[in-house]
Design a protein around this ligand. Sequence first.
Ligand SMILES: NC(=O)C1=CN([C@@H]2O[C@H](COP(=O)(O)OP(=O)(O)OC[C@H]3O[C@@H](n4cnc5c(N)ncnc54)[C@H](OP(=O)(O)O)[C@@H]3O)[C@@H](O)[C@H]2O)C=CC1
Ligand SMILES: O=C(O)C1=N[C@H](C(=O)O)C[C@H](O)C1
Length: 267
Amino acid sequence: MATKIAINGAAGRMGRCLIQAVDQTDGLELSAAIDRADSSLLGADAGELAGVGKLGVAITADVAQATKDSDIIIDFTLPEVTMALLPHCVANHCRPVIGTTGFDDAQKQTIDEAAKQVAVILAPNMSVGVNLSLKLLDIAARVLGDDVDIEIVEAHHRHKVDAPSGTALRMGEVVADALGRDLKQCAVYGREGRTGERDRDTIGFATLRAGDIVGDHTVMFAAEGERVEITHKASSRMTFAFGAMRASAWLMQHKNGLFDMQDVLGL
Ligand SMILES: NC(=O)C1=CN([C@@H]2O[C@H](COP(=O)(O)OP(=O)(O)OC[C@H]3O[C@@H](n4cnc5c(N)ncnc54)[C@H](OP(=O)(O)O)[C@@H]3O)[C@@H](O)[C@H]2O)C=CC1
Ligand SMILES: O=C(O)C1=N[C@H](C(=O)O)C[C@H](O)C1
């Protein structure tokens, strides 16, 4: 029997890609497509919206019913929308696959609590390439140690509302953990004016927002005489959407617990 997939934020940039990906993935079936209660697209056919032809699933705002009707709900929305979704996931045992970024510490805690009752995947980037890059970053940080300056540069489209990207922050966490540092203490978010010399123990972040860039990330390890750069460039949102399909199929093995894409990919 096919796994029933609901999509939260179905009319968004990622939502439409996710509908396409469900349609193209064996063993998965679209069971619900949710968007905001005041959306002009309520009632429209999700497949037609995503350009894959009629699927017989209308865009709805009824998240309670959607979670009752689905095994998994894939959420690429906004932090406050994810928070409103979680009680329905717990009540209806509908496993959330969360791609949304920009959660604060209290919101992350709420996700942890929900994961005690229902299996959850939380990943700021669902592409295989970024998750491989996270593994490479751990190795690079351990080898290069405290003898390099570490800077993280990310670029995204002009519509993105959070900064730095969730991926850049995760990259920072991976590097900081490998070096025994606390990212909260050592992160520097942009520089301006008379900043003084760089402190080697810091991890710097720079954010670019322009045009239609899907998502570029570079982590630079710069020493005297050489530097290593690990770069990932996404050129299609379908890479994230197919990652979410893989995560959804994988999550069906679990009843509860908090997982990420490293778990899904066995990295
Ligand atoms: N983990 C990963 O691999 C990736 C994560 N992301 C993250 O996914 C999130 C979404 O990105 P993107 O698709 O570009 O953003 P969009 O703004 O295009 O999509 C979000 C969608 O959610 C809708 N929405 C707003 N409120 C609600 C609500 N209450 N219930 C249901 N839907 C609602 C929005 O509607 P409206 O526009 O009308 O407000 C919109 O259609 C971001 O946090 C982004 O960082 C993005 C790509 C990859
Ligand atoms: O908003 C986006 O578009 C993206 N967001 C994610 C993030 O914040 O890391 C992942 C990807 O880079 C695209």
